[in-house]
Design a protein. Structure first.
Length: 464
């Protein structure tokens, strides 16, 4: 039997169907063959030099509108010197939890910041008993960082403090005294920045994600959305040091957790996870100007959010969207590595001071730009694959579209891991989105082509 020839319209429909099915096929195969047991959840990576103590990692996890993805859990994890898992602290007491800052306290316990159920819970955790020594709950939607200042005083970086009635941001840094139960000092960003900074007031205007003491009378702050790190004098409340400026991405772009160091000759130095530039950098101040003295990881890291200089001169880096923590030498060699999905935020080496407590890169005579080498590459981008974002960057490098496509790839790499299913690879997700776009175009074409018939049908229904 001879089949009648396809009309042009039906031929187009058949091609569209084949394209959509072909693009969705990898996702379907991934879903069918997905085995959660094969996921890298908590796993040792490269260990060529055992750490000198335990490493505690806060894992942000994924919670959306009060629901936590069980395959992307928020937790605290302690790893031994040779990469052995020591303990996991995972609780949802008082609502689904995020975990952000974790700091060693002088008594060996941990100070933890954990937003949950619209508030922020701060608590002291005894790592031996896994019990809370004390906890305080604040009406603060989101707090990424706190710092213990001694004498029961805790500095809190209070972001997303939106004043609805006044139509302004009240983002601030406060000091809370646990003994008196009072806020004893506060500092508002709106008093020191023009309203139009970062496009104007918004519900997340500054995204201040770090507060660290600099001596006894200054604080180092990180207004992430302003692309800068600042030092505030606590008595005068003036900004006395500033690295970076709003929109100057060549210095920093939406950084996390800057640390203040001083070289042997007293040169002010800042080590920072330059998150949106996918690198860790160090700056030294010379003759009133900040000079970049070190850069590492620009071709390897994906949204790093913490970098601490250790006493041995190595740097502990939290590489968030590669779901790993690495200790690297000044020249970028990985000597200790651990994979802690999903989305590690902060890592602290026990037995050291919170944040950085080591020498500057100049004191180590290792200034320069280095690639990261020696990683086990157990997560995204490993095994020789550059991933979808990496392929986009490579394809358009050196072309007139390099700038916008690099920006697109950066946005893709930083956003899609939070929303794509765990069983999808980056490429699967890209093909699925493309299939969706093809499907939308197909349906739109059908609507346009049949608009008269559709309108006539609607009129018939209305006339009945």
């Amino acid at each position: 039997m001879t089949l009648p020839p396809l009309s042009r319209a039906n031929a187009v429909r058949l091609v569209a169907l084949v394209v959509v099915v072909s693009l969705l096929a990898p996702s379907v195969v991934s879903a069918v063959t997905y085995d959660p047991a094969e996921d890298t959840s908590l796993e040792q990576g490269t260990i060529t030099s055992p750490a000198n103590d335990s490493t505690v990692v806060s894992v942000q996890g994924f919670t959306f509108q009060g629901q936590t993805n069980a395959k992307k859990p928020a937790r605290l994890v302690s790893i031994g010197p040779r990469g052995d898992l020591e303990w996991i602290h995972n609780d949802t007491v008082g609502g689904n939890a995020w975990f952000f800052d974790v700091d060693p306290l002088p008594n060996g316990n941990l100070l933890v910041s954990s937003p949950r159920a619209g508030d922020t819970v701060l608590f002291e955790l005894d790592p031996d008993t896994q019990e809370r020594v004390w906890q305080e709950r604040f009406n603060m939607t989101d707090t990424h960082d706190v710092a213990y200042l001694g004498d029961d005083r805790i500095a809190i970086a209070n972001m997303r403090e939106w004043n609805e009635s006044a139509g302004r941001s009240d983002d601030r840094v406060v000091i809370y005294n646990r003994s008196s139960g009072e806020f004893t000092w506060e500092w508002y960003f709106r008093n020191h920045y023009p309203e139009d900074t970062d496009g104007g007031y918004s519900e997340d205007w500054t995204h201040v994600n770090d507060v660290d003491p600099v001596g006894d009378d200054r604080l180092l702050l990180s207004p992430r959305n302003f692309d800068q790190a600042i030092v505030v004098d606590m008595e005068s409340k003036e900004i006395v040091e500033r690295l970076g400026s709003d929109g100057n991405y060549s210095v920093m772009r939406e950084q996390h957790n800057p640390d203040w160091l001083e070289s042997e000759n007293g040169t002010p130095t800042i080590l920072v996870a330059d998150s949106e530039n996918n690198r860790v950098v160090e700056y030294a101040k010379e003759d009133g100007e900040w000079i970049r003295t070190w850069e590492v990881g620009s071709e390897t890291l994906t949204w790093p959010r913490d970098a601490d200089r250790l006493p041995n001169g190595n740097t502990l880096v939290t590489d968030t969207l590669n779901h790993r923590v690495m200790e690297i030498t000044p020249t970028g060699e990985v000597v200790w590595e651990y994979y802690a999905t999903w989305g590690p935020y902060d890592a602290e080496r026990m037995g050291t001071e919170p944040e950085s407590s080591g020498p500057t890169i100049r004191d180590l005579n290792k200034s320069g730009s280095y690639a990261i080498t020696g990683s086990a590459n157990l997560t995204a981008g490993g095994n020789g694959s550059v991933g979808f974002a990496g392929r986009v960057r490579a394809t358009f490098a050196g072309t007139p579209l390099e700038g916008p496509m690099h920006e697109f790839a950066t946005r893709w790499a930083h956003v899609t891991p939070w929303i794509r299913p765990v069983w999808m690879s980056g490429w699967d997700f890209a093909w699925a989105i493309t299939a969706g776009l093809v499907g939308i175009t197909w349906v739109s074409g059908e609507v346009i082509a049949g608009r008269r018939r559709i309108v006539a049908g609607v009129r018939q229904l209305l006339d009945r």
